[in-house]
Write a protein that binds this ligand. Sequence first.
Ligand SMILES: [Zn+2]
Length: 451
Amino acid sequence: MRRSWDRIAMSSFAVAALLANAGCAAEEPSPPRASSAESSVQPAEPAQPEAAPRNVILLIGDGMGPQQLALLLDWADAAGASPTHFERLTDVGHLGLVRTGAKGSALTDSAASATAIACGVEVPNGVISVDENGRALRTCMEDADASGRMTGLVTTTRLTHATPASFAAHVQKRNQEKEIAQQMLSTPFVDVMLGGGAAFIDVANAPEGYRAVTTAAELAALDAAGGPVLGVFSKSHIPYAIDRDQPTEPSTVPTLAAMTQKAIDVLATGPDGFFLMVEGGRIDHGGHLNDVAAVLGEMREFDAAIGVAEAFRREHPDTLVIVTADHETGGLAISFSGRPLLPQHFLAMTEQESSIEAIAQRTPKEAREAVDPKIYGVGRAPFYPAYSWWETSRALETSATYSVSFGTQSHTTTPVAIVAAGPRSEQFEGLMHNEKIGLLLREWMGPEEAR
Ligand SMILES: [Zn+2]
């Protein structure tokens, strides 16, 4: 076991500070250039000893605060799965803290935060990469495309959901998903799009030249060199990892790691580098539902995707890998409430067989109405979702027994971690606001003459 258990009692901030202290590794040696073609693309910059990254893999854990990271790390310690890919990345990278507010609000939603990360501009909540006059704000993904790089979006949410949309579309309200889908398909510049959302994106309308896939097997069979890809694997969001591969029904949905690997394989065939955004989009949804087992499942899913990205970076040192979040969700706390917190308690969270969402969906309405909410013990579990109280007992009892609580069903202002490895990763040390990420990405992904 790598870490002592006493840090479980620390606040989120203390955990973040601990991670920050542990994560600042020595400079890596200058990597060899990957190809001679690249040096002609990237001019020498006397003020910057290291060239801007050729490839960027940006991984966003939606709703992933420091305590969600600590949940993953504590589970990994208990399960003998340490170090996690996240920890391995901190060992070689640079770590900072990101404040996540939106314009006019200390509290952000995913649209405003993703716009800040994609464009480097602070906008009000709900806005997808437009300014106050409705004009498109240029995104780092559009810059990457203009500079000759290939681009990709991978997510476990609908492809038209706020985080992926903010990199590739421009609308005033995040719920304009039909319009977002139309923008993504009618003027396609994103070479690889993998996620959920068939309700808005019909693969039958895939742009000309795109290969369309709808199952994990079809995705796995794709030749990396065969051109652009549109993969839509579920009607809405991709099911929670905890709900995948139920014994009676093997899933046809790919893992986030499998989507990330295929996206990298395809994008790496381009001659001029790539920009890939990978979203662990449903850590947030587990937080909103106060479903700690679902959160842990999504964290493990996200960590596996970090491993895929980092494996590519180790082979291609001109690649920058960034892992961060748009905000924290749920006010998750793992705390002390009169009983010791033991490794087996973290393992027990993995015994919850499905998400609250899935449990609620298969419960007959009559059963809901027959259940007295009082038996679920308001106060025993510190919090429960009002609209699914009738079938949350298992999750709630897990939470109550193991001293897991949620402070809210919404987002919080808790700063989130950022860890980066590769060219210019030292720029992400310290405390920053989320637009800084977008400003740096826009600078690095911009056309050569703009650098
Ligand atoms: Zn959310």
